[in-house]
Structures are given as C-alpha cells and as structure tokens.
Design a protein around this ligand. Structure first.
Ligand SMILES: [Zn+2]
Length: 169
C-alpha cells in the first residue's frame, strides 16, 4: 500500500513519535508499505510520521533500489556516535521542491532494533550518515530546516504559506 506523504505544516511532523513495543506482522507490513511509499515518492528515506503514523520507525535506501542489501529498517533508532562535518544539499519528502545546504556530521553510527526487535548498529558516511540523522530527527519531531539559518527557514515558511493559500501545498 502506498501512503500519501504528509507535508510540512502538519502537527504530527513536529512532535516526537512513540516507541515501537510490538514487533509483529503489522510492523513488518508497515515497513514494507513505507519502502513502497518512499520509492513512489522518489525518496531515499522515510519516517513513519511522514505517512501519518507517530511511531519510531524509519526506512532508508540510499541506493534507491539498486542494491537490495542497502535497505535499512530502523526501529527505535538513536544516534550513538558522530564524527566530522560536511555540508551538502538536503531535501525532505515532506517539503517537496525545497533543498538547502545543511552541515551535519560526516560519519554517524545509529543503534536501532530490526523488525524482530533485535538490536543492531549501522555506521554510514556522507549520504547514509545524513539519512540516519535526518530520519532519526523526524522521529524526534525535528525537520532539517531546523538546522538552517532562521532567515532561510522563514523564507521557506513564507513560500509555503503562499503555496497553501493558492491551494498548492
Ligand atoms: Zn524528511
């Protein structure tokens, strides 16, 4: 099932999601549906609040279907190590059409549970590091625009208000 993507302005995107406690078939189905929804929206990462579900689960595939082994499901993730800094363009499916330069750690380790509830760690650099941080942020109710200057953020918000007024958001 392909979910519509929740856009910026919805309250669910700015509140922390609830921890996952049940590792059942419904959770596995949700993860599968989230991959499908992410690919349909041409994204490389998606967090449950972006499909209207306030639960701590996110999916990532920085290869966009090229490498099946690159698919990552993060349940209850936390960032346990960061290293270095790198500035790169970043976007978000909940803020379509916008992209901004965001400075983030270059190398990141996240600890999470898989769909069986087993704990694992994943370390990524550059795009994967960025995705791990971006998706974990989502589960904490934080959007990437919180990492840019207030001036740039206000500009984006103003543009979105305009689009919303025109019924285009
Ligand atoms: Zn996002």
């Amino acid at each position: 099932m392909i979910y519509p993507i929740v856009k910026y302005g919805a309250a669910i995107l700015e509140k922390p999601s609830a921890p996952v406690t049940k590792f059942d078939d419904a959770l596995a189905k949700l993860a599968g549906d989230m991959f499908e929804s992410m690919y349909a929206a041409h994204g490389v990462g998606l967090a449950a609040p972006q499909v209207g579900i306030s639960k701590r689960i996110a999916v990532i595939d920085v290869t966009f279907k090229e490498d099946p082994d690159a698919k990552i499901v993060l349940v209850n993730p936390e960032i346990v190590h960061v290293e270095g800094r790198i500035t790169s363009n970043e976007g978000c499916l909940s803020l379509p059409e916008f992209r901004e330069k965001v400075t983030r750690p270059r190398r990141v380790t996240a600890r999470a549970q898989n769909l069986k509830g087993e704990t694992f760690e994943v370390t990524g650099e550059e795009l994967l590091a960025r995705a791990l941080l971006h998706e974990t942020d989502h589960l904490n109710g934080k959007l990437y625009i919180s990492h840019i200057s207030a001036l740039k953020r206000d500009l984006i918000k103003r543009k979105i208000r305009k689009l919303a007024k025109a019924g285009e958001w």
